[in-house]
Design a protein. Structure first.
Length: 218
């Protein structure tokens, strides 16, 4: 099916969290052809960048498959924004296995990493596994991943400096600035006249913030 139909009002579709095995080549092609009508953003849970740990988590893919999928996505959409979930400190996770996760996250260039230190749950197989890590070590690994995600995310957002992008305005913040999102699902602050909610505006990006971007009407 073609995402563009004559007479249809401007709108966007955004795929939220999706499992790696559900991202087909057909879906990649449809997203690439949509010219941003399907947002160039996916939340693709990795959980671990080490295949052994993924097997122990009973994930239906390995690290090589995940990285290959990401390479196909970037080949079709170079400006794609990818966010992910990672669990650190899974029972028995060695320093090298954790480093595998860090290195894969760097290669995948995730714009946002949601980090979850492993937490024991009574009655689960993982809770009975040997090699339970200390809370201090799990927190240390979580801090490293969070810092990595912030660095990569900022580097990605810096690629938009000086560009004019289409922003869908959603709401006003407490300072009176309008907040909206790009086709890559990046948060943008912009000064705009009243009554702009739900409208598209062309915005020239002039600043990278901790939360997203800031710009002015083009």
């Amino acid at each position: 099916a073609d995402i563009h139909e004559a007479g249809q009002p401007p709108c966007r579709f955004r795929i939220s969290s999706i499992e790696p095995r559900d991202v087909s080549d057909d879906l990649i092609g449809l997203m690439a052809r949509s010219e941003g009508r399907i947002c160039r953003h996916l939340h693709l849970p990795l959980q671990s960048g080490n295949s052994k740990v993924l097997r122990e988590m009973h994930r239906p893919y390995d690290a090589e498959y995940f990285e290959g999928l990401v390479e196909r996505l970037y080949a079709a959409m170079p400006m794609l924004s990818l966010s992910t979930d990672i669990i650190c400190g899974f029972p028995g996770e060695t320093d090298q296995e954790f480093n595998d996760t860090v290195e894969l996250a760097q290669r995948c260039r995730f714009t946002k990493i949601h980090v979850f230190p492993y937490s024991q749950r009574a009655g689960t197989k993982a809770a009975q596994m040997p090699g339970q890590l200390s809370n201090a070590e799990k927190e240390r690994r979580a801090r490293e991943l969070i810092a990595l995600g912030e660095t990569i995310g900022r580097q990605y957002r810096e690629r938009f400096l000086g560009r004019t992008v289409e922003v869908l305005l959603e709401e006003q913040d407490t300072a009176g600035e309008w907040v909206g999102y790009t086709r890559e699902y990046l948060r943008v602050e912009v000064h705009c006249p009243e009554g702009a909610q739900g409208q598209y505006r062309q915005v020239e990006i002039c600043e990278v913030t901790d939360e997203g971007l800031r710009g002015h009407l083009a």
